[in-house]
Design a protein around this ligand. Sequence first.
Ligand SMILES: Nc1ncnc2c1ncn2[C@@H]1O[C@H](COP(=O)(O)OP(=O)(O)OP(=O)(O)O)[C@@H](O)[C@H]1O
Ligand SMILES: O=P(O)(O)OC[C@H]1O[C@H](OP(=O)(O)OP(=O)(O)O)[C@H](O)[C@@H]1O
Ligand SMILES: [Mg+2]
Length: 283
Amino acid sequence: MLRIAVQSKGRLYDETMLLLEEAGIKLNRGKRILLLSAKGFPVEVLFLRDDDIPQSVANGVADIGIVGENEYVEKGGEAKLIKRLGFSKCRLSLAIPKEEEYKGIEWFEGKTIATSYPEILKAYLAEKKVKAEFHVISGSVEIAPGIGLADAIFDIVSSGSTLVSNQLKEVEVIMQSEALLIANNELSEEKQAILDELLFRFEAIQVAEGKKYVLLNAPKEKLNEIIEVLPGMKSPTVTPLANGDWVSVQSVIAEKHFWEIIGKLKSLGAEGILVIPIEKMIL
Ligand SMILES: Nc1ncnc2c1ncn2[C@@H]1O[C@H](COP(=O)(O)OP(=O)(O)OP(=O)(O)O)[C@@H](O)[C@H]1O
Ligand SMILES: O=P(O)(O)OC[C@H]1O[C@H](OP(=O)(O)OP(=O)(O)O)[C@H](O)[C@@H]1O
Ligand SMILES: [Mg+2]
């Protein structure tokens, strides 16, 4: 049985649950008990605060975990980084009151900085040879300068709207962060095998992301030009239609090129274009 630690509620929860579900780990959703086993796959899920996940994996309370890179680095990064999961992308930045004039990192000399990530900040300022005081708080860090608790903050930024609504401006980006899959450094062979299967499934889900399956009918004499437009896996599947002058073409396209490809296909006479989402792709 492989035990995976995940966030019990908060920013990581929804996408983590979706990823587990797409990987075939069906949990009795909505039940907020600490430990849930999954039907059909030898995995049990331990629900924790995200702060507690890195150490729980490093010390073996859980075998693997899904946690933000910011917490993983802040807690020392002892567990093994297995895979970047591509969601919950954000950054850790220094921000100061917007009316302040900022010329460089020396602004922070002798200042007080409010943060939930003192270890990351300490390492960064040491490297920059800047001495500052820290005020460590675990939430609502952004209000600290406004209530005179600190001169600046070091916190998570994503859209930047929290900074704007607290009259702050981002002046230094220290690190980027995304959800990570981490693992204990001493997994048994049996647990490693289960992790390998889970990774295979995560990979199949991740490769399918942003891909669409396209099915269309096209005039035969335009087939070569259509195949040029459709990158496909190796090459599109072509099936002759009963009416000999037309063929059916099937292929995979990347979502980001979608409208450009559809426009070209239409101009080449393609008809009946069906676009289907892909759940998983095993290359
Ligand atoms: N605005 C955001 N945009 C993207 N990712 C974010 C954002 N805020 C947080 N995250 C990511 O989600 C993780 C969890 O954020 P959340 O706000 O749920 O943490 P928390 O309040 O500390 O929750 P917990 O109660 O589990 O400790 C963060 O460590 C970070 O990796
Ligand atoms: O740049 P933004 O898009 O505004 O996101 C950044 C904010 O998101 C997180 O807070 P969250 O919204 O999770 O609330 P919390 O402070 O209760 O964690 C984080 O603590 C920042 O305050
Ligand atoms: Mg937390």
